[in-house]
Design a protein around this ligand. Sequence first.
Ligand code: SAH
Length: 204
Amino acid sequence: MVETQLIPRGIKDKRVIEAMLKVPRHLFVREQDLYRAYDDMALPIGEGQTISQPYMVAKMTELLELKGDEKVLEVGTGSGYQAAVLGELAREVYSVERIESLARRAQEIIKKLGYDNVHIFTGDGSLGLQEHAPFDRIIVTAASPEVPKPLREQLSEGGILVAPVGSRFSQQLVRLCKRGNRFEEDYSTLCVFVPLIGAYGWED
Ligand code: SAH
């Protein structure tokens, strides 16, 4: 996966590559999908949701420019795979999932793998996680019409946010850096994510 999908497409951050080599993706997919756990695609994880394509996980993680001391918020835990990758690369990871059964399953795997720095919550992540804010990095793995206002507010000064923004079926993956009251957008590429359902996302 790393040699055929990530490096040829330009993933360069050595720490990201190491994390992608280390985290056992097959533990985060359903049993019937084991044979394609490392294939170049998103896979269903139940409840109409998906575990993102490996390249997308690596690309979003690389865009966060993690050095190891950051407090990160992830919106959309899903399988917990992205959270585990972040757990390898950041100090603390707070991940919010709106579907309780997914949050519970992700929590079990994360615990089994020993990621004491990854904390999973059930709720509407479009509201952020005020009690643990501010965050040095925010990653949103479900798409919304705009970057939710609470997430902008809960980002630290100099912090980086990566999120898919656009229509329900097609979006731009954008990176924003917070500088005072301004957000500088310095990266954007086409992507397709499942919808963010919540107060600052789409209606169910
Ligand atoms: N990062 C995940 C991919 C998850 S897909 C992984 O590595 O597997 C996006 C997830 O966002 C879905 O599980 C969906 O239920 C969740 N989601 C959608 N709206 C949400 C919201 N408002 N708050 C939290 N999670 C949400």
